[in-house]
Design a protein around this ligand. Structure first.
Ligand code: GDP
Ligand code: IMO
Ligand code: MG
Length: 429
């Protein structure tokens, strides 16, 4: 009954989609435990590229049953658009199931996301604008609308009314926006009811029964450790818990059932949106990594900020998630560099910090202390074992393992599923 969690170890876009796809052929269920259509997971199969937003990337693994877990927030318009897009490309989406307890993103959540960012001005978070924060706010405030509510019109109307009473005051009086009509929102949700009904299940029951039967379940986390609302660089975070504990809550699979916890981590670091980033590069090298790594957001198209590998973050992520393995991606992007810096500690106002500073103020003041490693020039995109890598690339990986707190079990040397070096099997060993 293996239950494997895939977690982003940095600020997102580490290659969780590729990792999911790599394992997808050997798993029975792929559940997305958190987030919504703020994610963008890329899968490249035989040169063909797919970009998944709300749907788990596991939907492209023909034998796996994809599930949107209870911890997700679902935009129904985006859901059916994405399903149609995949179907048009010949993918089979018929096995998709959605938790009855997942929350819905309402049109007013998107409005609120945008106006809140505008009112924050210079302190804006740089959200994806998909209404994710406001939808999770409503969930925690107990004002949310859940997937199951769409099947009970009277309850749906009561809940929308309850949620809008306070929001309309805010929208009209504070944000100078138009009043949102209850009936419009109710009609919006009801329009999806017939298409939604056959997809909805008690996903916690389904997943736990599958584990009882010895099936393999993969939890494909969205976002990442440092975007976690508890463990990330708050307030520059998303509004869910993308860490391993969140995967347990967001899928209803108890922590004791999780057998592997795999951190996906780039061989350097990127970030989209605002917030501190100690190893960020502001010079030509940053642009070089952005271009060479194709570092442009899948979801919003924004250029990703780029910087060197940060082992302080890696060690912290190992701890917070209890990683059993690291999957280092995009090693190929570093090919051709003479020397590669790796951040091993921070300098905070003249003081060395080997681990994550306790306060946000200190983290904002952190500058990297680097160790330098010799680069390599050979093309590594065809490497399929550690021995295929040039000696300096092997040494770089050894160094990352030494400073990151968790063994490295896989290495990405290109975007395609096949372009992977597997050192330890991520399901069985
Ligand atoms: P996710 O959100 O964690 O799934 O990651 P994204 O899909 O947003 O971004 C990762 C990008 O890197 C995608 O374009 C992937 O196709 C690509 N990618 C993943 N692994 C590798 C790798 O090992 N090498 C290279 N060159 N690209 C990779
Ligand atoms: P995947 O799953 C990278 C970032 C946004 C913003 C912050 C809050 O592809 O790794 P939100 O819309 O969630 O309220 O935005 O979080 N963000 C991501 N950055 N990858 C993602 O997902 C992200 N999802 C959200 O850019 O800084
Ligand atoms: Mg992404």
């Amino acid at each position: 009954m293996p239950a494997i969690v895939i977690v982003g170890a940095q600020w997102g876009d580490e290659g969780k989609g590729k990792a999911t796809d790599l394992l997808g052929g050997r798993v029975d269920y792929v559940v997305k435990p958190n987030g919504g259509n703020n994610a963008g997971h890329t899968v490249v199969i035989g040169g063909e590229k797919y970009e998944l937003k709300l749907l788990p990337a596991g939907i492209l693994s023909p034998n796996a049953i994809p599930i949107i877990g209870n911890g997700c927030v679902v935009n129904l318009e985006a859901l059916f658009e994405e399903i149609e897009g995949l179907e048009a490309r010949g993918a089979d989406t018929s096995k998709l199931r959605i938790s009855a307890n997942a929350h819905l993103v309402a049109p007013y959540h998107q409005i609120l996301d945008k106006v809140t960012e505008r009112f924050l001005g210079k302190r804006a978070i740089g959200t994806t604008g998909r209404g994710i924060g406001p939808a999770y706010m409503d969930k925690v405030a107990r004002l949310g609308i859940r997937v199951q509510d769409v099947f009970d019109e009277s309850i749906l109307r009561q809940k929308v009314e309850g949620s809008l009473r306070q929001k309309n005051e805010l929208l009209v009086k504070v944000y100078n926006r138009r009043n949102v009509l209850v009936e419009e929102v109710v009609e919006y949700f009801l329009a999806f009811a017939d298409r939604l009904r056959p997809l909805v299940v008690d996903s916690t029951y389904v997943l736990n029964t599958a584990l009882d039967e010895g099936k393999v379940v993969l939890m494909e986390g969205g976002q990442a450790t440092f975007l976690d609302v508890d463990h990330g660089t708050y307030p520059f975070v998303t509004s869910s818990n993308p860490t391993a504990g969140g995967a347990s809550v967001g899928s209803g699979i108890g922590p004791t059932r999780i057998t592997r916890c795999v951190g996906i981590i780039k061989a350097y670091t990127t970030r989209v949106g605002a917030g501190p980033f100690p190893t960020e590069l502001f010079d030509d090298m940053g642009i070089y990594l952005q271009k060479t790594g194709g570092e442009f957001g899948v979801n919003t198209g924004r250029p990703r900020r780029c910087g060197w590998y940060d082992s302080v973050l890696a060690r912290h992520a190992s701890r917070v998630n209890g990683f059993t393995d690291y999957f280092v991606t995009k090693l190929d992007v570093l090919t051709g560099l003479e020397s590669i810096p790796v951040c091993v500690a921070y300098d905070v106002d003249g003081q060395r910090h080997d681990e994550m500073p306790m306060t946000q103020t200190d983290f904002h003041h952190a500058t990297p202390i680097f160790e330098y490693f010799d680069g390599w020039t050979e093309d590594i995109s065809g490497a399929r074992s550690l021995a295929d890598l040039p000696v300096n690339a092997q040494k770089y990986i050894e160094a990352l393992e030494r400073v990151s707190g968790t063994r490295i079990s896989a290495i990405g040397v290109g975007p395609d599923r096949e372009q992977t070096i597997v050192i330890n099997d991520l399901i069985t060993s």
